[in-house]
Design a protein around this ligand. Structure first.
Ligand code: PLP
Length: 382
């Protein structure tokens, strides 16, 4: 294993032996010719394994520090990765979810697994006592997100993971917002790391994908079995897009973080803004935790305009460069109102977010253009 920036470009991505192709080819094949029955190169059928997907899995395992025993299973989406983890559970098992989990994660556990006799409790995982209270003897899984979506709470991994695991539960950290460049949850003892590679890893808003990384050989074997048995795999072109995107993760994240820091400072100093949520601000309640466990503070910011939900609606509709759209983590800046868009499915639940909250995914455009655009949009919202 080399350094992070080097692994992103080289891990699993040796030159292709036949031609020397410097880029991992898109192996568009469903099957592989055998020399005699059962005698093959290791590849038999592309649901089970495909070389483009193998390269992606090897690279992601290296970035998360999965070690020699560990590895990665890539999936067709982040939710497909979550669903694979769902197959590790049995009726009667119990799950602890964070109180601002990604909406789709909450929907899956509440409305899909909930109907199959798998119960869950929602807890504020920034509070270790709240986790201790939520744990039951039958708790088999504790789900962590940090920073959370959309309120950017930071969970203290060093404090929470040992407590979560003490009763025998598996810990899965959804690392989509931080990416392995900023935080590596396996180093804190997590059993699994989950990604929506749709976001920062892909990085260009042009692919849907997911992945689970683990350092545990037995868990990896079970997940690989499930990946093949369930079949929710990414095609080779999608695997290629994530591989290509992730090569530049470190340089993109540096710019995302730099721009976000400037945007957060602008918002914090503007009297049209009531509240800013960004782990990099010293006023953030978990700023110290973020400073300890993150290399930098990420590219996501939320804020509440003073003018309420009507102002949030107008501001988010008035930007030029900030596209009004769901998703996050691409090179282009995005703006959205979670209560009206991404978080509609949690309205009326314990995960409900403030109606007037605006979420920003800060892209890598020039910072002056981003701030000027927000400034004029806020003007139209008052
Ligand atoms: C987008 C997202 C997911 C779901 O991923 P898909 O690729 O959309 O299926 C899960 N967790 C987080 C934090 C996300 O942002």
């Amino acid at each position: 294993m080399a350094h992070f920036e080097t692994d992103a470009i080289h891990a699993g991505q040796e030159p292709e032996p036949t031609t020397g192709s410097a880029v991992v080819p898109i192996y568009a094949t469903s099957t592989y010719v055998q020399s005699a029955p059962g005698e093959h190169t290791g590849y038999e059928y592309s649901r089970t394994d495909n070389p483009t997907r193998t390269a992606l899995q090897t690279m992601l395992a290296a970035l998360e520090g999965a070690g020699d025993d560990g590895g990665c299973v890539a999936t067709a989406s982040g939710m497909a990765a979550t669903a694979l983890i769902g197959y590790l559970l049995q009726p009667g098992d119990h799950v602890v979810l964070p109180n601002d989990a990604y909406g789709g994660t909450h929907r899956f556990f509440a409305r899909v697994l909930g109907e199959q006799g798998i119960e869950h409790t929602v807890a504020d995982l920034t509070d270790v006592a709240a986790l201790e209270e939520a744990l039951r003897p039958e708790t088999k899984l504790v789900w962590i997100e940090t920073p959370t979506n959309p309120l950017l709470r930071v969970v203290d991994l060093a404090a929470v993971i040992p407590v979560a695991r003490s009763g025998g539960a598996l810990v899965c950290v959804d690392n989509t917002f931080a990416t392995p460049y900023l935080t590596r949850p396996l180093e804190f003892g997590a059993d699994m790391v989950l990604h929506s590679t749709t976001k920062y890893l892909g990085g260009h808003s042009d692919v849907i994908g997911g992945a689970i990384v683990t350092g545990d050989a037995e868990l990896l074997e079970r997940l690989r079995f499930l990946q093949n048995a369930v079949g929710s795999v990414p095609g080779p072109f999608d695997a290629y897009l994530v591989l290509r995107g992730a090569k530049t993760l470190s340089v993109r994240m540096d710019r995302h973080c730099h721009n976000a820091r400037e945007v957060a400072a602008f918002l914090a100093g503007d009297d049209r803004v009531a509240e800013v949520f960004y782990p990099g601000l010293p006023s953030h309640p978990q700023h110290d935790v973020a400073a300890r466990q993150m290399r930098d503070y990420g590219g996501m910011i939320s804020f509440r305009p003073t003018g309420g939900v009507e102002s949030a609606r107008k501001t988010s509709s008035a930007t030029e460069y900030w596209f009004l759209a769901e998703s996050l983590g691409g090179v282009e800046s995005l703006i959205e109102v979670p209560s009206l868009m991404t978080h509609m499915s949690v309205v009326g639940t314990s995960l409900e977010v403030p109606a007037d909250l605006i979420r920003l995914s800060v892209g890598i455009e020039h910072i002056d253009d981003l701030i000027a655009d927000l400034d004029q949009a806020l003007g139209s919202g008052v």
